[in-house]
Write a protein that binds this ligand. Structure first.
Ligand SMILES: Nc1ncnc2c1ncn2[C@@H]1O[C@H](COP(=O)(O)OP(=O)(O)OP(=O)(O)O)[C@@H](O)[C@H]1O
Length: 288
């Protein structure tokens, strides 16, 4: 039924009913992941940031990670991207243990990370150059992905001559250019105004859906609406030390249209997610 929400509770939760996900082939499998960081101000103590983190993301699935601030969302994303290590458990991509940066995983952060002295076109080309792609092919592929993200007319502009939304499109184009199978996004639209943000969410879905083979996406966000609008499933985390508390299957029709945001189904899912998140934010506040 369109708009219904299937809820897959954490296995340890009492009375939980595990349902078989509709996406069949596991692409990313994280099991019992733990991560400790040195406690600030202490030479010998460590703080556990992730503890018993379990998540499976299926091939071609769009999954968003939501959770209270500091619960370890970016930490897991960085581990998956091979940018950070972990202390226990396992993270596998296509069955292979993640041990470092993988060319099959493209990362888009909030801060664009564009080289300020290079044009949009050259910023896209530089990622291809690092990967050994020849000059002519670099030019062609960069022009192609800039067209995909709607930036052809701005290809010769420097980052400071682009709006925030255009810069984020350029950052997405740079990652798309080398065609990774997995894309991870860490709050990519958080710094943008609401209108640009909603527009780019629609653009991201258009790009994702237009690919020959759908990429597998892990999207970290603070925005419940963003997570609902974009995702096949939403993983809501516990407060730190973080683990996946609840998985929600967002059964809204695709392609998703902006008008969906004001629909009853959307409001129903929003209330459900907000309730789950509120439980976490309020945990431990009873005595306050
Ligand atoms: N390199 C680091 N060294 C020490 N502590 C760190 C490091 N990186 C993150 N942390 C700590 O780990 C915890 C989780 O951080 P993380 O950025 O993963 O959370 P988050 O859920 O993404 O937070 P937010 O939603 O606020 O962005 C935080 O307490 C943070 O201070």
């Amino acid at each position: 039924m369109s708009g219904s929400v299937l809820v897959q509770q954490r296995a340890t939760a009492a009375g939980s009913a595990i349902r078989v996900p509709k996406h069949a082939t596991p692409k990313i499998v994280a099991r019992k992941v733990s991560k400790l960081y040195p406690t600030p101000g202490s030479r010998k103590d460590f703080t556990t940031v992730l503890d018993g983190f379990d998540l499976t993301i299926h091939d071609g699935e769009f999954l968003s990670l939501l959770g209270p601030s500091g619960c370890g969302k970016s930490t897991f994303l960085n581990i998956l991207a091979g940018l950070d290590s972990y202390n226990g458990g396992s993270v596998r991509l296509d069955g292979e243990q993640v041990t470092g940066v993988n060319k099959n995983v493209g990362v888009v952060f909030q801060g664009y990370a564009l080289f300020p002295w290079l044009t949009a076109q050259k910023n896209v080309e530089v990622g291809l150059k690092i990967r050994g792609v020849g000059k002519a092919e670099r030019r062609e592929r960069a022009a192609e992905v800039l067209k995909t993200v709607g930036l052809s007319a701005a290809a010769d502009r420097l980052p400071h001559q682009l709006s925030g939304g255009m810069r984020q499109r350029a950052a997405i184009a740079r990652v798309l250019a080398y065609d990774p199978e997995v894309l991870v996004f860490d709050e990519p639209f958080a710094a943008l105004d609401a209108q640009t943000r909603e527009f780019l969410q629609g653009e991201l879905l258009r790009i994702w859906e237009s690919g020959e083979k759908k990429k597998t996406i892990l999207f970290v966000t603070h925005s419940i609406d963003e997570a609902i609008f974009l995702s096949d499933r939403i993983a809501v985390m516990t407060k730190a030390p973080g683990a996946v508390k609840t998985l929600l299957d967002v059964e809204l029709d695709r392609p998703r249209t902006q008008s969906l945001r004001s629909s009853e189904e959307f409001a129903h899912i929003r209330a459900r997610v907000a309730g789950i998140l509120a439980e976490e934010v309020n945990v431990g506040n009873d005595a306050a």
